[in-house]
Write a protein that binds this ligand. Structure first.
Ligand code: D41
Length: 676
């Protein structure tokens, strides 16, 4: 039965529109319409194709996942071999490369060679063959001359166009690039896999390579893969620009995704600067890279340089230091952090990893330690990525010696001897010493004197650390016993600053109960909770005596927070310090216990504020929301009801839009409040 021309037209239009949005979303990372709109277009197309199957073409956006798994991979011969890359691990090796380029080209030694520089993605190299703009074949690199036919799988990768956009592309065009799994997708996939009881992917690189080697394309389609292209292979029936950087630009025009970090740099200095910059940015890129690649930008130079064995003389990979290495565990000790978190730390046989010598690595917490089954004497994989704290990744069980020692969790804080407690459902064990524990002192003090707590002007971090190191100040109460003479005798402390500091210490005693409570640094008791407690009870002593049940009656206080408050006031040291503070002359206005309205018009509603609001500070906006019973949190999640945004709003606003959360600009917000 003939298909009406109007239907054909409609199908064509839908495909064009879907391709356009696909490109905006997956290649440009700049979606124009909400997902729901895209889904609608896709459904319309599917419906029409279902009603008129004769209209289905292989490049239709509905045809990314072919119905049938393949039974085996075919072999693909790379008519132009997919070359490999030489590596440079040091600056010297990079200099050697540059000198060889200049020597071979027989140009002046100080010639300013332009290099196209790009990150070296840690994924899987693939070749995509386009004929008349249609994707006809995808292949793995294999050994460089023969790879596997993975057409059915590359078709499922959203960043791979099924047909090229625009015009002017050669009749035959082979495009090469790297398929990779972005870190966010990798994490998400693993979380979901583990929840379903499936096996987790080992790392993003294996994940990318493994995903491409699935017989069933539906499995590949379920993996969050992405692709950046970095060169061309066979080109027939058309011409490309004569610089690498410009070739990438035309590929981009034709709808391919190229790495946004790519740059053209000049000479060895430009290369080194680029290497340093990408190194700094590495952890924020969102995908794994293991170095950068420099390619002589001019193609005539590339041709003159040629290649040796399987690698071009015009390109080199400048590798970052390995991020994972093997070493042995000498001991496991427990460290107490700022918040009292007691963390197992492996003492290691020193090893060079991630560019530095590492002799300690975190084991995060006891659950992690037990899960990884790390024992003293074990050989372990250590990972140090960027500035991240080195961690023990896993044990090489095959190398476990006959006699290893298991690690036991400590019952008492190694620093102050207080009980170590672990709240149910939490991974971290904590020292209950609070303000008494030396490990927590400096941080607790900094918090106590901070602007939003007791607001002691002129008492900076350095000074606090000095006083703690001298053991002159062990807890907030000690601050109120400091004398003028003592202060003057400190490093970098003049008479004037000492007097000013004493005055502000004195001033801080006149405060509010909310500030005082917040300043104590009870875990989970932030400003809002402290304010709630203060309003609800009106006085300090009933809070100190309240049962967990009574505490839970306070808005904002759930079972976890109630437990925290109770165990804080149960600790004798904390009560002593509070008494000492009161004795030193702290005072605030006591109020009658007041039940906070738990049924304001905004009760149960969660707000996030982002960007700069005009004529109203964040705090004021927060107060107004809270006064109506609403809650203000810092990050956007599915639980957020409204995002209020001002000038220069960034990722929070974007996230709200992505999650379809109501957003209010300043005018809408004002109106919203007055409507309540
Ligand atoms: O990002 C990469 N992994 C990458 C790999 C890149 N950015 N550029 C590359 N360029 C080449 C040449 C110079 C041979 C065209 C490569 C690779 N090759 C490559 N990938 C796997 C083997 C070789």
């Amino acid at each position: 039965m003939a298909v009406p021309a109007s239907v054909k037209k409609k199908v064509q239009n839908l495909r064009r529109e879907i391709r356009y949005h696909n490109h905006r979303y997956h290649v440009l990372d700049d979606p124009e319409v909400p997902d729901a709109e895209y889904d609608r277009l896709m459904r319309d197309l599917q419906d029409l194709e279902k009603a008129h199957p004769s209209l289905i073409t292989p490049d239709s956006p509905t045809q990314r996942v072919g119905a049938q798994p393949v039974s085996a991979f075919g072999t693909v011969e790379h008519k132009l071999p997919m070359l490999s890359l030489d590596n440079a691990f040091t600056e010297d090796e990079l200099n050697d490369f540059h000198r060889r380029v200049i020597d071979r080209l027989d140009i002046a030694v100080d010639s300013q060679i332009e290099y196209a520089a790009e990150p070296k993605l840690d994924g899987a190299a693939v070749s995509l063959l386009y004929e008349k703009g249609q994707l006809v074949r995808g292949a793995t690199r294999g050994d460089g001359t023969k790879g596997e036919d993975i057409t059915h799988n590359v078709r499922t990768i959203p960043a791979v166009p099924l047909s090229l956009m625009g015009k002017g592309f050669p009749r035959v065009l082979e495009i090469r690039g790297e398929v990779f799994m972005p870190l966010a997708g990798f994490e998400r996939f693993n979380t979901e896999a583990l929840a379903k009881g499936d096996k987790a992917l080992v790392n993003p690189r294996n994940a990318a390579a493994g995903s491409l080697r699935q017989l069933d394309p539906r499995l590949t389609a379920a993996r969050p893969l992405d692709m950046y292209v970095y060169s061309v292979g066979i080109v027939d029936g058309g011409k490309l620009p004569d610089r690498h950087s410009e070739i990438l630009s035309v590929l981009e025009d034709w709808g391919m995704k190229v790495c946004p970090e790519r740059r053209v740099v000049t000479g060895i200095d430009g290369c080194l600067e680029y290497y340093r910059r990408i190194g700094e940015k590495r952890s924020a890129l969102g995908y794994d890279i293991d170095g950068v690649v420099y390619k002589v930008d001019r193609l005539d130079y590339q041709r003159d340089l040629g290649f040796v064995s399987r690698a071009p003389r015009w390109a080199i990979a400048h590798k970052f230091p390995a991020q994972e290495e093997l070493t042995t565990v000498r001991d496991v000790e427990f460290q107490v952090g700022r918040t009292g978190a007691v963390t197992p730390v492996a003492r290691l046989e020193p090893v060079f990893v991630g560019g530095v010598t590492v002799s300690n690595a975190t084991l995060h917490n006891m659950d992690e330690l037990n899960r990884k089954d790390v024992r003293i004497g074990d050989t372990v994989v250590i990972r140090r990525a960027g500035d991240v704290i080195p961690e023990v990744v896993r044990v090489i069980k095959e190398r476990r010696p006959k006699r290893t020692r298991k690690v036991k969790a400590p019952a008492h804080c190694p620093v102050c001897g207080s009980d170590v407690v672990r709240i149910e459902g939490e991974a971290v064990a904590r020292c209950s010493g609070g303000l008494f524990c030396a490990a927590q002192r400096a941080e607790a003090l900094k918090h106590f004197v901070s602007r939003r707590a007791l607001d002691v002007d002129g008492l900076g971090s350095k000074l606090i650390e000095q006083l703690v190191a001298l053991e002159r100040v062990k807890n907030p109460a000690d601050l109120y016993t400091l004398t003028r003479e003592e202060l003057i005798s400190l490093e970098r402390m003049g008479e004037k600053s000492a007097d000013n500091l004493l005055a502000s210490i004195e001033r801080s005693k006149q405060t509010t109960l909310a500030r005082f409570l917040f300043g104590l640094g009870i875990r989970e008791v932030g400003e809002a909770t402290a304010a709630s407690l203060a309003t609800y009870f009106g006085k300090l002593s009933p809070i100190m005596e309240a049962s967990e049940e009574e505490l839970q009656a306070v808005p904002d206080v759930g079972p976890v927070v109630a437990t925290r408050i109770r165990s804080f006031f149960d600790e004798a040291h904390n009560r002593e310090i509070i008494q000492a503070l009161l004795d030193s002359g702290f005072s605030w206005e006591e109020t009658e216990p007041a039940a906070i309205s738990t049924n304001g018009p905004l009760t149960g509603k969660v707000f996030v504020l982002t960007g700069t609001l005009e004529g109203i500070t964040r705090d004021e906006a927060k107060d107004r929301i809270q006064a109506l019973g609403g809650k203000v949190t810092g990050s956007v999640s599915k639980k957020t009801d409204y995002v209020v945004y001002g000038e220069k709003a960034g990722s929070k606003l974007a996230k709200a839009q992505k999650l379809d959360i109501a957003t209010l600009d300043q005018n809408e917000f004002e109106k919203f409040l007055s409507d309540q």
